[in-house]
Write a protein that binds this ligand. Structure first.
Ligand code: ADP
Ligand code: ASP
Ligand code: MG
Length: 491
């Protein structure tokens, strides 16, 4: 059994869906489970539609029409005329359901997380139905699976937690291993015990694929996307980034946790538990080798494996002379944050115990300020601690690598590279596993920081220097002769 996942850009239009189908039809072994994302950009568009409807903004209707038109056009371009009618009516049926839902949101001017999940689920329902229909026209034994009936979760709409036991039982019972089928399943979506649709978090189709792979004890999980594997840094920010051929589960997990969007962080856990190797491949360059993620530490000349970054970070600092030597302040701070389900991304505490500093997503900063000030209200009132200091517009850059601990001086190299380029570091953390070092910097410095660090750790430090010589007499020609003679040394 093989599980393949194709992301939003891989199924963005009819042409790309054909490329995906070609990969599947040529796949050397069957059965396979194929997990797909919504057509690129559709999830954002559906969310925007819901938000507009909830604000009483009638222009949500135009957005909905463009969603419908995009899917109808895709179906028409993808399928032969004689095979179009069933798919066109399926698209219309789903779009009517979306319209009814949005009409309700518009009338009530209210959009709950539960309704939001129902709304966005149509993105993956539509894309998976289109791919199934196309594969069937190519004479493949393609069968559509309803992930909502197979993946069961709790009721945390928008970011639901998977109930592993029942999910594995349902998937195993539904997907036989002895057929030559291509099973197509929508990613990202699931349901709770009352059969209400839930979603697994933005980017969650990777996770869906890992859940199928784990339940079916797949030989391999393949994540097909729009770049040729996991790269040393995000290629959108760092033009010199290059693919990493092999990487351990832990390194991949650290990179994704610290913002490498290529893999949704929870994806690695289910496959790592069962030792299922993961290949990250490029749909548009299928012959590129890609990246193999597996349970192995690799010999590499490089001290670190990759650099990632997280944006929209806010620093929260709890400070006060009343904290020194008194246990329990950090416990209360973290309890207050946990009660509000605020995820702490990074923690540092000064050795004087005078302050504790944590980094959270900026979207949660206001809630954090409110809850922490309430938790310490009596200490704030009698001057033992200050009201929580909130500083937005930050980012985290992280260096990741299993081999870091055997190479002293990495943090020195990191901080001096950043310092030399005028990038101020606000907070630093190093995991006790010594698999990552992260620094909090201003969000306006991220691009520069990533490139500076990439150059320092991954690029040979050759710099081009342009020299202009006026006059090529005695001195000038001697200098040119010396430069030529010393070329190797100068480089
Ligand atoms: P998909 O829709 O296929 O799930 P995503 O957009 O979620 O694709 O993830 C792929 C993108 O992740 C790439 O286009 C790239 O810009 C970004 N990315 C971020 N960090 C990395 C990295 N270290 N290596 C490769 N891609 C990365
Ligand atoms: N379509 C969903 C999203 O955009 C899930 C995914 O693409 O993985 O977040
Ligand atoms: Mg993704």
């Amino acid at each position: 059994m093989y599980v393949l996942k194709f992301g939003g850009s891989s199924v963005a239009n009819a042409n790309n869906i054909k490329i995906v189908a070609d990969i599947l039809l040529a796949y050397p072994s069957k059965p396979i489970v194929v997990v797909v994302s919504a057509l690129g950009g559709i999830t954002d568009q559906l969310l925007l539609t819901g938000d507009k409807a909830a604000c009483g903004d009638e222009s949500y209707r135009e957005l909905l029409s463009s969603v419908e038109l995009r899917h109808l056009d895709t179906a028409r371009q993808l399928l032969p005329v004689t095979n179009q009618s069933a798919s066109l009516s399926k698209v219309k049926q789903y779009c009517n359901e979306i319209e009814d839902l949005c009409e309700g949101i518009f009338r009530l001017q209210e959009l709950s997380d539960r309704t939001k999940d129902k709304l966005v689920s149509y993105g993956e329902l539509l894309s998976s139905q289109l791919l199934t229909a196309y594969l069937q026209t190519q004479n493949a034994q393609a069968e559509w699976l309803d992930s909502r009936q197979l993946i069961k979760t709790d009721s945390r709409f928008g970011n639901a937690h998977v109930l592993e036991g029942i999910t594995h039982t349902l998937i195993e019972a539904r997907v036989p291993k002895d057929k030559n089928n291509i099973y197509v399943a929508p990613g990202f979506i699931a349901s709770n015990s009352h059969d209400f649709t839930t979603t697994l978090g933005r980017g969650g189709s990777d996770y869906t694929a890992a859940i199928f792979a784990a339940a079916l004890k797949a030989e391999v999980l393949e994540i097909w996307t729009d770049v040729s594997g996991i790269m040393t840094a995000d290629p959108r920010w760092v033009p010199n980034a290059r693919p990493i051929s092999r990487i351990s589960y832990q390194e991949a997990m650290e990179l994704s946790h610290f913002g490498a969007k290529i893999i949704y962080p929870p994806t690695i856990q289910p496959v790592m538990k069962r030792n299922i190797p993961v290949w990250v491949k490029n749909t548009f360059a299928a012959n590129d080798p890609g990246t193999l993620i597996e349970n192995h530490q690799y010999e590499s000349a490089e001290k670190i494996r990759g650099i990632s970054s997280m944006n929209k970070i806010t620093l929260l600092s709890l400070e006060g002379s009343g904290m020194v030597g008194i246990p329990g302040f950090s416990k209360r701070l973290f309890e207050a944050l946990a009660q509000q389900q605020i995820n702490v991304i990074l923690i540092t505490q000064s050795s004087s115990e005078h302050s504790i500093c944590v980094a959270v997503q900026s979207g949660e900063a206001e809630k954090a300020k409110h809850t922490c000030d309430a938790a310490f209200d009596s200490e704030i009132a009698n001057g033992k601690v200050e009201p929580l200091v909130v500083e937005g517009d930050h980012a985290i850059v992280a260096l990741v690598g299993d081999k870091m601990k055997s190479h002293p001086g990495i943090s020195g190299q990191m901080f001096s590279a950043l310092g030399r380029n005028g990038i101020n570091i606000r907070a630093i953390a190093q995991g006790s596993s010594e698999r990552n070092i992260s620094a909090v910097i201003s969000s306006s410095d991220v691009k520069k920081a990533l490139n500076v660090l990439h150059e320092s750790f991954f690029e040979s430090v050759k710099k081009q220097l342009n020299i202009f010589i006026t006059g090529c007499g005695n001195v000038g020609s001697k200098l040119l002769g010396q430069i030529a003679a010393q070329q190797v040394w100068l480089e």
